[in-house]
Design a protein around this ligand. Sequence first.
Ligand code: GRF
Length: 209
Amino acid sequence: MLKTVVCVSGGGSNLQAILDAVESGGITNAQVSAVICNNPGAKALERAARHNVPAIVMSPKNYPDRAEFHRAFTEKMCQLDPDLIVLAGFLVKIPEEMVKRFPNRIINVHPSLIPSFCGVGYYGLKVHEKALERGVRVTGATVHFVNEGMDEGPIIAQKPVEVLEDDTPQSLQRRVMEQAEWILLPQAIDDIANGRIRVEEGRVRRSPV
Ligand code: GRF
């Protein structure tokens, strides 16, 4: 059973997709053992509570400095001892010490087709604003392993989403979530939980189903 901790910051729609998939059988051999959230008012916390998943609120704002937060965050994660850490709309950079402690065991969903519209400053609605500004005809979402960089780890899966003429950043974000993120993230967790993917020489390799 893949013990999974999900990190969230906001609405929690990706967390909801994961919890629903575990309950429906879309994800097998995995359980969400805890949620960590940096925002005490996040709707994601209500979603965790409705599914009786223990939630821990930890924000850099409650620590004297970033190094102290990194230490406490990493210590808490080690106590939880997950097989997999899932960043689902999590807006806090993962400390290097945590990446080292959980190599190829942290995954993230990003709302674009990496390497487009990613890296420092590209998160949430900003990603879709930049995609519309550039005039791309196709965008989408990416699930990838987390390494020391920002959105630079080995790519697990991507799904394209068409950009429509009358799209606003909000309408595009919603469609990317509905048509890509909420599908890719549960699928990636199920693949990992059932041994269908591994990382070799920095690339994700898939075993035959
Ligand atoms: C999503 O677009 C996700 O890709 C981004 O944050 C947004 C909110 O996600 N990282 P959620 O509703 O909190 O899962």
